[in-house]
Design a binder for this molecule. Sequence first.
Ligand code: ATP
Ligand code: MN
Length: 482
Amino acid sequence: MKRLSIDEILTKSELRDTQITVQGWIRNERGNAYVRFINLNDGSTIHNLQVVADVNNFSEEVRKDWNTGASLKVEGKLVASQGKGQNVELLAEKITLLGASDAEKYPMQPKAHSMEFLRENAHLRMRTQTFGAIFRIRHGLAFAIHQYFHERGFYYWHSPIITASDAEGAGEMFRVTTLNLENPPKKEGKIDTEADFFGKATNLTVSGQLEGELGAMGLGKVYTFGPTFRAENSNTARHLAEFWMIEPEMAFYDLKDNMDLVEDFLKYLINFALEKYADDLQFLDERFEKENKQKKKEEQAEMGLIEKLRFVVANDFERLTYTEAIDILLQSNHYKKKKFQYDVKWGVDLQSEHERYLVEKHFKKPVILTNYPKAIKAFYMREDEPLADGKETVSAMDVLFPGIGEIVGGSQREERLERLQARTDEMGISEELWWYLDTRRFGSVPHSGFGLGFERLVLFVTGMGNIRDVIPFPRTPKNAEF
Ligand code: ATP
Ligand code: MN
């Protein structure tokens, strides 16, 4: 018999009144002395298939195993449902137990669990409705990212995971070594990195950008989509030590082209989720609403989840410079009433509270901030003409989203060898980055790119509150279980 998923069984009308076989896990079981109802789920959809079992046909011995979490194979006839809540149900003729589950011990009981409890049971949480929905959407977004770029002539480019350059400066790195840490070989009192596997010190990458730029300098348009690692000791709801990043890099793109691309890209992805994962989003929308009601008035979101996603797709992002943003902050009542914890003045890096004020209170929509002070941004960003008052900026762009803050960081890259070299000289990294500087030596072109944190996108689309809940097995300080 053809293998059928519960999603197919519930949506294909031609299956009605036919014999089918289905396999899945019991979400819950209830009923009376004559008939039992088993809700079965196989991960293909948020919806369960209701299996109806006549007590006369199944012995007590068989029925005692119908516990939440157990897995079954059920054969029978799919018929129109008598009850509310589903169109079809399966009249069971044969039920085979695939794997038993001890009702007392199974952690995923059919009731509301705290997010913390579900994190501690991350090996089983994908069997809940919430996490099923999240991980289906996560998959869908990953697929849509490849589709978007492929259809627009970008090549999927694999930057290395192990790197010898720690020049990017995006964050603290994790060391990769095969040296015996108990008793490492030493040279002049220091660990002898020449004796290490690669003959030099190596780390896990914090970003695939620099190698992405190398790809763009021959292939034109490339994108990476891979894991990146940052030993960030910040225990926030928006940082992971291991996260996935999408980094497109485009030859012949200036900052404006870069902004146009990122806006179109984000709208495409959100729209894809709205169209293809409507049922999962409907469920998450209701969950979001419940959570929202429990928050303090001033922290409540003004829009529902689906409403917010539609709003982002339908409206232009606000584009302004860092300098304009500082002026807005300085003139805000929020600032005048001293409600910001961190200082606001030209030259400081914007804190999350400032970003969120701009996005959630002032503009009430996504914002692209550009032309940040040179001193607070990375060395590879293109220097702008100095401002009238002599202040120095670079062609950076950060995309800020409501409830998230920074979701994308990008820039036009410095393509002029003398300027770039001056900056790498200052930092003492010119020698190490000889290969990077070579791209500016041989056929340099204006180019741009950005990095989208995949989990921040999934966080936004699913309306979840903590980044630990949108990746199957989160890696955070003091936590690498599973
Ligand atoms: P933040 O200021 O939020 O720490 P960042 O300035 O360090 O971000 P970038 O180095 O520009 O971020 O990285 C590009 C993108 O990667 C960010 O816009 C964000 O979406 C994502 N990102 C950065 N750090 C993390 C992290 N630790 N966990 C998850 N996503 C991250
Ligand atoms: Mn960071």
